[in-house]
Design a protein around this ligand. Structure first.
Ligand code: 13P
Length: 247
């Protein structure tokens, strides 16, 4: 089995201004002094903060993710942001298919496949998000739904520069975390899918997201095939983000 270094990724969603983001990075930098951190840290601020945070993040070894992108390269697409623009602003990773994009902005599998391909073509790493709703889980469909999302979204994905995030929709922002057993079973399922689909499938980090916090991080991170966490609410406070990173 491949040894994959763990990743703690914070998704700030539509929160924090540049001033607040800079304060966060300063405080994270102070908190990291003298700590031996074995996990890679990533943050996804709003697009408008990327170029203003890149230096501070680079100084403390934190990578930047964008929360979304257009698949088109350039042109008359008012309000959209290309992969090349995100790269230029400092992003090295892009979240693709977050459930909020799927549910609130109608992003479907075809669009997400194009976005994942565009991110790879632009030289950045997609963090491809999958996860079932409560209704789907209660109907016994969770594994099939996640397989379908992976099959359509990652169809013909070209290389091993990919991260998958399992974020059960019912656990996002609800305070209700998947049990470590739920996470273990789904991550094993995703790993099997990736290994069957791709010769490099065992190399892909699989993150868990959904109400991850300092109190449950260690247990989740101890599960086989949980290669890190994608953290929403608890990533807005540098103290709790650091506690998760050190859990
Ligand atoms: P919460 O950690 O707030 O549940 O959000 C998870 C998430 O959506 C991360 O992308």
């Amino acid at each position: 089995m491949a040894l994959i270094p763990q990743i703690i990724a914070g998704n700030w969603k539509m929160n924090l201004t540049l001033t607040q983001g800079r304060r966060f990075i300063d405080s994270l930098a102070s908190g990291l002094v003298g700590k031996k951190l074995e996990r890679k840290l990533l943050l996804a601020p709003n697009f408008t903060l990327l170029s203003g945070l890149i230096q501070g993040c680079a100084d403390i070894g934190v990578g930047l993710m964008a929360q979304n992108c257009a698949y088109q390269e350039a042109g008359a697409f008012t309000g959209e942001t290309s992969v090349a623009m995100l790269k230029d602003a400092g992003a090295a990773y892009v979240l693709v298919g977050h459930s909020e994009r799927r549910q609130l902005f109608g992003e479907n599998d075809d669009l997400l496949q194009q976005k994942a391909q565009a991110v790879a073509a632009g030289g950045l790493v997609p963090i491809f998000c999958v996860g079932e709703t409560l209704e789907q889980r209660q109907g016994g469909e969770a594994f099939a739904i996640v397989s379908n999302q992976l099959r359509s979204g990652l169809n013909r994905f070209p290389c091993e520069k990919l991260i998958v995030a399992y974020e059960p929709v019912w656990a996002i922002g609800t305070g209700q975390t998947a049990t470590s057993e739920d996470a273990r079973l789904m991550h094993a399922h995703i790993r099997k899918f990736l290994e069957i689909q791709f010769s490099w499938g065992e190399m892909v980090p699989i993150l868990y997201g959904g109400s991850a916090k300092p109190g449950n991080a260690a247990e989740l991170l101890a599960q086989p095939e949980v290669n890190g966490l994608l953290v929403g609410g608890a990533s807005l406070d540098p103290e709790s983000f650091l506690q998760i990173a050190l859990a």
